[in-house]
Ligand binder design. Structure first.
Ligand code: DC
Length: 220
């Protein structure tokens, strides 16, 4: 069983994927975390400015390992564990930019597909239903209004020293949405056969219950 979950940043996609996986007793691969790990490793080598020349250099000897320590997904790039840095705001922005490069995307296609081949699982990302697993058993696309997504992110960051303002977060999310939707390669879009789940006004639990019913009815 392979389930594709794509959707916007802050749509609740990740919480939903984990809750759904728990109910179904299957695994989750967070593919955004892999792009984030690549952004961290790139930053370590070239700094924050992303250029095509550097990206092409970067992917030449790339070694990416993803493994699970209990429930925690670890992302190791060129033998360095970047897991603690994946959620930095700077890395969110860099991951959005670096993920637009075709060769970089291709370099991590296999790792994602192999995981799906070897496990009953959910793959969560932006291009799972369209590119990575076009034959997934069920495809969901999770969405919510941009204002609600920004507010959720703002609340999540409560207590953080470098917490950006709500306006800054809103601006960053809009930029990331734009990048994700308008890049030439594997843009974020709803797969033809995906079921849209709008979480703007429903709880994670309600959305997940709806999705469990949909999954259980597949193939009947
Ligand atoms: O889901 P996330 O916010 O952790 O993803 C980080 C970035 O990685 C996001 O800006 C888009 C990119 N991404 C992608 O291009 N394709 C995926 N399958 C997953 C994430």
């Amino acid at each position: 069983m392979n389930i594709a979950i794509d959707g916007y940043a802050g749509s609740g996609k990740s919480s939903i994927a984990h809750a759904l996986a728990k109910k179904l007793g299957i695994k989750v691969l967070d593919t955004g975390a892999i792009y984030r790990g690549l952004a961290c490793a790139y930053r370590g080598k070239f700094g924050i400015k992303i250029t095509e020349e550097n990206v092409l250099n970067f992917i030449k000897d790339l070694k990416v390992d993803v493994y699970f320590d209990g429930e925690i997904q670890k992302v190791v790039v060129n033998s360095k564990d970047y897991t603690p840095f994946l959620r930095e705001e700077e890395i969110s922005n860099m991951a959005s930019t670096i993920s637009a490069y075709k060769q970089l995307r291709e370099s991590i296609l296999n790792i994602q597909r192999e995981f799906a081949q070897n496990n009953d699982c959910i793959l969560e990302g932006r291009d799972i239903g369209t590119i990575v697993l076009p034959d997934a058993d069920v495809k969901f696309f999770i969405t919510a209004s941009v204002e609600i997504r920004a507010e959720r992110r703002y609340l999540q960051m409560e207590g953080q020293n470098d917490r950006p303002s709500l306006d800054e977060i809103l601006k960053d999310i809009k930029t990331r949405d734009f990048n994700d939707e308008h890049r030439e390669v594997a843009p974020l879009k709803v797969a033809d056969d995906a079921i849209i789940i709008d979480t703007s006004y429903s709880t994670i639990e309600d959305s997940v219950n709806r999705m469990v019913n949909i999954v259980k009815n597949v193939g009947r």
